[in-house]
Ligand binder design. Structure first.
Ligand SMILES: Nc1nc2c(ncn2[C@@H]2O[C@H](COP(=O)(O)OP(=O)(O)OP(=O)(O)O)[C@@H](O)[C@H]2O)c(=O)[nH]1
Ligand SMILES: [Mg+2]
Length: 336
């Protein structure tokens, strides 16, 4: 039988052993829990050695560039009172050579007083017989914005018209964009373009890229520059901008304002495939989808005196994105 002293020594040894084991377990557990909680609640933007471990919790994968032959494209077209233009738009769209199973098509119709929605549904149904698109969706929303007949091109209407168009583009974008790699903004009245439009524009691999938009006179077939929102600032235009009140909004193509800018349209036939530009139109505009995800939207209030698509260009340039135009890659706007 152990003596009383021996019993006390055995008991003390057992208790000390238990304490040490508990300490080791609790320290490990505490440290693990501490890290996990700290990482989840205080996730630093730039990973350091210490925090690399937490990135296994990050559900957003590091973007990797898909090869061109795997890229998915979202084609977005806002629509209003567009029934007269839809047949030609879809006829042309079906001729695109880009694989249909990597094309998503999404439409937003707002404040239409004609049968745009009905006709759109018919066109979309016949598209479904033409090949398997990745996704086709149609949305409708009303802003209660109705212009008087014939006043769409009036200078006095332009700021409000473009603000509503900016809202429409933003709603369309936020509703439509999921996992696509590229977004092509294509207006319903762009009636002629190469069938290889998507392959051609994607191959330049730019953040934002606009085609050169022209129109043809009906009788003479003479071509003229249509979209002056694809512009390039000059020394004079930059000086002019400094004279404006902060909230002044500029629009192009109106004799009421001389902005002193150069236009992509006037650079047609120069010996360059690509030029950097400062404003863009949305008629035929390819955007790397991450540019939108990172904050590239269509401003309804002026950014550097521009809203909607030109405001988008100003905004994304401030974000450090590259904005380019294709002087020799011409698409045609319907003669309105
Ligand atoms: N959802 C929506 N789409 C619109 C609205 N206004 C125009 N659109 C569409 O947006 C695209 C560009 O509009 P346009 O009216 O052609 O703009 P624009 O090219 O500056 O003007 P035009 O020179 O008259 O062609 C087209 O696909 C139109 O159908 C609007 O208020 N809401
Ligand atoms: Mg148009």
């Amino acid at each position: 039988m152990p003596s009383r002293l021996a019993k006390i020594i055995i008991a003390l040894t057992f208790i000390t052993g238990l304490t040490v084991v508990f300490y080791i377990i609790s320290d490990t557990f505490h440290t693990y829990r501490g890290r996990k909680i700290a990482h989840i609640h205080n996730c630093p933007l730039n990973a350091t050695q210490d925090t690399l471990f937490l990135h296994s919790f990050d559900p957003i994968a590091t973007p990797t560039k898909p090869p061109t032959d795997k890229a998915n494209v979202l084609i977005l077209t806002p629509l209003k009172d567009a029934s007269a233009k839809l047949p030609q738009y879809f006829k042309k769209l079906m001729q695109l050579t880009f694989p249909k199973d990597r094309i998503s098509l999404v439409y937003l119709v707002t404040d239409s007083t004609d049968n745009t929605v009905d006709l759109l549904m018919k066109e979309v149904s016949s598209l479904l017989n033409n090949g398997t698109y990745r996704k086709i969706s149609v949305f409708e929303k009303n802003f209660q914005y109705f212009l008087q007949h014939g006043s769409r091109h009036k200078f006095s209407q332009q700021v409000q018209r473009r603000q509503i168009l900016a809202k429409s583009r933003n709603h369309l974008l936020f509703t439509a964009l999921t996992d696509e790699d590229w977004v092509l903004w294509l207006d319903v009245d762009i009636i002629t373009y190469p069938n290889t439009l998507l392959e051609d524009m994607i191959s330049f691999d730019k953040d934002v890229l606009s085609a050169n938009v022209f129109a043809r006179e009906k009788h003479t077939n003479t071509e003229y520059v249509y979209d002056r929102n694809n512009f390039i600032e000059t020394k004079e235009s930059m000086k002019f901008l400094t004279t404006l009140d902060e909230d002044k909004i500029l629009v192009e193509g109106y004799p009421e304002i001389t902005t002193h800018r150069n236009y992509l349209g006037d650079l047609r036939d120069i010996e360059k495939d690509l030029v950097e530009i400062d404003g863009v139109g949305g008629s035929c505009l390819l955007v790397r989808a991450d540019v939108h995800r990172e904050g590239g939207i269509f401003p309804t209030i002026p950014i550097a005196h521009q809203i909607e698509t030109e405001g988008f260009a100003k905004l994304v340039k401030k974000m450090g994105k590259g904005v380019y135009g294709l002087p020799n890659y011409v698409v045609y706007h319907d003669k309105t």
